[in-house]
Design a protein around this ligand. Structure first.
Ligand code: QAP
Ligand code: CO
Length: 173
């Protein structure tokens, strides 16, 4: 299926996504279409609401030590729930729905999740490093939360100003 990235300030990004109940061809088509879009747009994580599908579906592909993103490393995560979280870490995050803006965001250092794969099988995953950060960033999308929503008042103001300028320049060119 043809998918497009929804960009801030589109209100659809505030939607709370619904649990997946049917692990059918339609879900597989969505997953199969999200993955190439994420790779082609230089993403490492994408939530379905970012392509206008309000379902609890994420795809992740964290680059390996050589910066490669081989297709066999893809993680398809459906209906995730955090079961354990520990520590604190700061990372300069970005988002395909908030192009060209990056800010330090505080996250748990490690998280464990329960989730389902594309066939509805229950899985668990213990994550740290960039994967743990990406899981938390993408799970926020399922609740309609963007990383810019976590900024302090002054950082958010700085963002709104820079982003407006970016959109204006994009329109003019
Ligand atoms: C979320 O983000 C994330 O601004 C995934 O111009 C962020 O894939 C997980 C991107 C930080 C872990 C750490 C952003 C591509 C991609 C941009 C992304 C851009 C082009 C963001
Ligand atoms: Co994002």
């Amino acid at each position: 299926m043809k998918l497009n990235i929804v960009e801030y300030p589109d209100k659809r990004l505030k939607t709370i996504s619904k649990e997946v109940k049917l692990f059918d061809d339609k879900l597989h088509d969505l997953l199969d279409s999200m993955y190439p879009l994420m790779i082609n747009t230089n993403g490492i994580g994408l939530a379905a609401i970012q392509v206008s599908h309000a379902v609890r579906v994420l795809v992740l592909n964290i680059p390996d030590d050589d910066g490669e993103q081989p297709a066999e490393n893809i993680l398809e995560i459906i209906n995730p729930v955090i079961t354990h979280k520990n520590g604190e870490t700061l990372y300069q995050e970005g988002c395909l729905s908030v192009p060209k803006f990056y800010e330090d965001i505080k996250r748990y250092e490690t998280v464990s999740i329960n989730y389902q794969d594309r066939n509805g099988n229950t899985k668990t995953l213990e994550a740290d490093g960039l994967l743990a950060i990406a899981i938390q960033h993408e799970m926020d999308h399922l609740e309609g939360i963007l990383f810019i929503d976590k900024l302090s008042y002054s950082r958010r103001k700085k963002f709104e100003k820079e982003y407006k300028r970016m959109l204006k320049e994009r329109k003019e060119s």
